[in-house]
Design a protein around this ligand. Structure first.
Ligand code: UD1
Ligand code: MG
Length: 461
């Protein structure tokens, strides 16, 4: 069957109170409109046309080149919106799915089920409906005494009896393409909103002797996003779906209420995610790693059997068997080799660490290439910025950097070299050498008494 789709996305979305088009706001890391597009792709809708209007540039950019666009200059109603796609639909057979760009929760399964029913019932249209706990604001499905659909009545045009109907129009439909086109030409705008209602096509088709049926789904799938509260609700439902998917794939998630994972994240088997984690963007996690508690991964690539405890990692890679945290920050294209230890209060920025390197306590490693099995004592830092520009440091394999040393970049520490604790290194250190770059200690005997600086009780008068 030839499957087309028309997605209405021209509305302004005033209640979002945003500088951006409503449908480009993200839920679970993906713009609303891309959730709709992905569901359509998965359901097999090859030809998709998007009705754009308000802030259309943003919407076009978000969707890219693979779909078609039609401009609806004035938003005169949902019927008017779909009418703009007439040229696109003319001459096509099969069915057309009509969806709203701001309803991201619809699944491909539901769309497929509606299309299957359309084919089975040989009807003019299938309306996707749901029983709403509170149907206020929605169009209601009106049926005759035998249960056949008679039409859809909008909330504001409904009488008391119709207002009591729980079954609502989701705003999503599967139409016979030719019949959609012919009925669209017949709708008017004489209603309380003076709009061209797409829903009127249903009544018209039935009056013309065609049959319209419904496919009922769960109310969640019909949720539309009109304001930031509904944006949060939709995000929360999608997040739970994503978490379920990972759990079914072998990931342990200790606390789904405080775990937020974007749709694009990939996680291997036997990973354990402790409470309070966010995994966003194209983050990947290998097998059997333990993430969290309170860990933030953005565009992070994490290997197998890595332990991350209270850490933030962005745009960086951590290889297998590393142990990171608590309270470490790894960012800006850093690359941590396998088996490294990055400990508490350590920041790593735009640096590579070779295998088995240890930076265990309170260090800053910025703009550096560090070899394998290097050891940094506590409190080391790389002075990578002179106030005007940044420079890199190179630290060879097996080097040992004593506690509280500062390496002033650009500087090179050779393989197997030692830097004495408390050094400020401004010159390169050759391999196998020891650098001591600090002033010698001076002990002044009896200084306290001669300067009458005694603070406590005299011990030996
Ligand atoms: C519509 C349905 C209603 C259904 C509800 C489900 C009609 C007349 N009513 O009502 O039965 O219960 O959806 O949410 O269709 N849009 C355009 N151009 C326009 C008008 C709207 O692109 O000229 C887009 C909007 O941006 C939105 C979608 O169409 O994405 C739905 O429009 P909206 O005004 O929200 O329709 P509702 O009044 O909610
Ligand atoms: Mg609406």
């Amino acid at each position: 069957m030839d499957v087309c789709a028309v997605v209405m996305a021209a509305g302004e979305g005033k209640r979002m109170k945003s500088a951006h088009a409503k449908v480009v706001h993200k839920v679970a890391g993906k713009p609303l409109i891309l959730w709709v597009r992905d569901a359509l792709d998965e359901a097999g809708a090859k030809e998709q046309v998007y009705i754009v209007g308000h802030k259309q540039e943003e919407v076009r950019q978000t969707l890219g080149e693979d779909v078609a666009f039609v401009l609806q200059e004035q938003q005169l109603g949902t019927g008017h919106a779909v009418l703009q796609a007439s040229h696109f639909l003319e001459g096509r057979n099969g069915c057309t799915l009509v969806l709203c760009g701001d309803a991201p929760l619809v699944t491909a399964q539901t769309l497929r089920a509606a299309m299957d029913q359309f084919a089975e019932d040989k009807c003019a249209a299938v309306i996707i409906t749901a029983d709403a706990p509170d149907p206020t604001g929605y169009g209601r499905i009106v049926r005759d005494s035998t249960g056949e659909v008679q039409g859809i009545v909008e909330h504001c045009d409904a009488d008391e009896k119709e207002l009591a109907i729980q079954e609502i129009n989701s705003g999503m439909y599967c139409f016979d393409t030719a019949l959609l086109l012919s009925s669209l030409g017949k709708i008017g705008y004489r209603n309380t909103q003076n709009e061209y209602y797409l829903t009127d096509t249903i009544g018209i088709l039935i009056q013309e002797g065609h049959r319209v049926t419904t496919y009922k789904t769960v109310f969640d799938e019909t949720l539309g996003v009109n304001d930031r509260i509904q944006l949060q609700e939709a995000g929360s439902i999608l997040n739970q779906r994503i978490l379920l998917r990972h759990m079914l794939n072998g990931v342990t998630i200790i606390d789904p209420k405080t775990t937020w994972i974007d749709d694009s994240v990939q996680i291997g088997r036997d990973v354990i995610i402790r409470p309070g984690c966010t995994l966003i963007g194209k983050t990947t996690v290998g097998q059997a790693s333990v993430i969290g508690p309170d860990t933030h991964l953005a565009e992070a690539r994490i290997g197998n059997r890595v332990i991350l405890n209270h850490v933030s990692i962005s745009d960086s890679t951590v290889a297998d068997h590393c142990e990171i945290g608590p309270y470490a920050n790894i960012r800006s294209s850093s690359d941590i080799g396998s088996g490294c230890r990055v400990g508490n209060f350590v920041e790593i920025k735009n640096a590579t660490l070779g295998e088995g390197t240890s930076v265990a306590h309170q260090c800053y490693i910025g703009d550096a290439d560090v070899g394998v099995k290097v050891n940094f004592g506590s409190g080391c830092s790389i002075a990578n910025y002179d106030g005007l520009s940044q420079a890199r440091a190179r630290i060879g394999n097996h080097a040992f950097i004593g506690s509280n040393s500062t390496l002033v970049s650009p500087v090179q520490i050779g393989e197997n070299a030692y830097v004495a604790a408390g050094s400020t290194v401004t010159e390169d250190v050759t391999s196998y050498s020891l650098a001591i770059a600090r002033s010698r200690q001076v002990n002044k005997s009896d200084w306290v008494r001669t300067r009458t600086r005694l603070r406590g009780r005299r011990v030996n008068p």
